[in-house]
Design a protein around this ligand. Sequence first.
Ligand SMILES: Cc1ncc(COP(=O)(O)O)c(C=O)c1O
Length: 389
Amino acid sequence: MTLSINPFIAAIPTNPLRALFPYGARPGMLNLASGHPSKDAYDLDGLAEAASRASRDFSAWTYGPSAGDPALITALTEAVAMVPPGKRLLVTSGAQQGIDLATRTFAPPGANVLVPEPVYPAVLSTCAAIGVTPVGYQIAPGDDDLADFAAKLKTAGDVRAIYALPTFGNPTGETLTRAQRLRLLALCAEHDVPVIEDAPYSDLWFRAPPPPSLLDLASQVDGATVIYLGSLSKIMSPGLRIGWLIAPESVAAAMQEARQASDLQPNALAQRVAWHYLQSGRLDGHIARVRSLYAERHDALVAVLTKAGFTVPAVEGGMFIFPFLPKDKGNSDLFDRAVAQNVLFAPGPAFRAVAESGLFADRMRLCFAGLGKADIVVAAERLVAAVHA
Ligand SMILES: Cc1ncc(COP(=O)(O)O)c(C=O)c1O
């Protein structure tokens, strides 16, 4: 029997970051490629305590509401999620499920979705699985006009949603200013297109909080609609697979039906673990510790790279930088030379929204969350050695 795979599913691109996992597992490899925080960036004692308590709750072991455990919804709303009037919060299986649900809810197969260029590659997998076409837009630091974004909105044709990652982006680490956010919302309102605001890194600021979210600012822009995606992955544990989305009531109801079609409800045990952890009162202290840990690692990494001729656009939080290589050093065998030096980076082209664009050959994404300060300096020095070899 010949099995015929749905062409949309067959066309899902291999996630270039997951393809790096085997290199990361090599003995002695210092991994700056993967967005995986080091073990000491977790509150493992607090999580173990929460898991132990959760395991004794009967509700951890049975079916529950599709929208999520009501106690967790309340706790999230009190701790990390601001729900404006007229909006509803649904618990999701991480922000990734939110990306899928929101895209699916607005964009039928054949439609277009605008995505940042460079882009977080899993967004492309979602688009491919749904059969929608990602169209890249660029917003450079200092670009208050958003000319490219405005042009794409006008010319792309049948744009049904905008995916935006305005705070401590992946891969760039960059953050849109308040003025850029307001301009983006105004353009989307003018074209009557909803914005999917992916915000898993928002709490990871180094020295000062970022500008208000698009969701917060939407109340100042007539006709703007924002679907906000949050996550416990970067502030508690990605293994729990707990995130949330905030959407207008009518849209949230449709999304709830869509999520039932795929997995009925969020994982009950994980929700109880998250709830107990939030009840423990440890989250704020943990986030504060992670912020200073990442700030210190970021500074150490940037210091070595800058000295060696890299150009590193400024970032003020999150887990990534997306530096430019020293002049004339971007060439195709750099990845192999780095692997030979036992250091791993994520090549810039892995973040192209449009494969043929030829963009980002002179850049690389580096994650500063995964290694302690001493190791990060060694990793950066190995990278510099590979670049100059
Ligand atoms: C920009 C972005 N969105 C979403 C996700 C997925 O997050 P979650 O673990 O909450 O599904 C990630 C994970 O790295 C990410 O970088």
